[in-house]
Design a protein around this ligand. Sequence first.
Ligand code: HEC
Length: 171
Amino acid sequence: MQRAVFGRIAILSATVAFLAGIGTSPPANPQQRMLDRGRFLVVYGGCNECHTPGWTDSDGRLPVSRWMTGSTVGFRGPWGTAYPVNVRLWFRETSEADWLNAVATRAGHPPMKWTDLRALNIADRRAIYRFIRSLGPAGNPAPNDLPPEREPTTPYIDLVPSVPAARTPGP
Ligand code: HEC
C-alpha cells in the first residue's frame, strides 16, 4: 500500500517536472549569449549597411554567410576614397586587443562609425568582435583606400555636400 502511494507520488512529480519544462528552452551559455549580443549590435549598429553588399536592397534579409564581407563601393571625400573593409578577413589579422584599442583611439576616415562604437561598453565592443570572428573567413578583400588626388575606378558615394546653384533673381 505504502509502496503504491510512493509510486504515484513519483509519477506525479515526474509529470509536473515534465510539464514545467514544456515551452522553456534551456538558458544559453555565456559564450552563446555574447555571440547573440554581438549579432544584435552588428545589426542595430548598421554595420551591414556599408560592409555587406546588397544588404539594403534585400531589406536586411541576406543570410549571415554574406554578412560583413566588404564592399567595392567607396566613400569619397577630402580624405580620398575609403572602402568598407571585409571585416570577416580583417578580423583574422586583427587581435581582439587591437580591435578594442582601435575603437578607443581611432580617428579613421568617415563614415566608419568609430565615434558611435565608443558609446558602447567594453563587453559590447568585445561581443561585436567575437560574433564577426565566429562567422569565419569569406569573400575577397575590399579595394585599398585611395588618396584624394586619385580618381576611383569603382563606384563611389560622394560625401561632399552639393550646394545648389544660386537662383537668379526673377524679372
Ligand atoms: C557608413 C558606412 C559604415 C558603417 C555603418 C560601418 N563601417 Fe566599418 N568601415 C567603413 C569604411 C569606409 C571603412 C574604411 C575606413 C578607412 O579606410 O579608414 C571601415 C572600416 C572598418 C574596419 C577596419 C578598421 C581599421 O582598422 O581600419 C572595421 C573592423 C569595421 N569597419 C567594422 C565595422 C563595424 C563593426 C561596424 C558596425 C558597428 C561598422 N564597421 C560600420 C564604413 C562603415
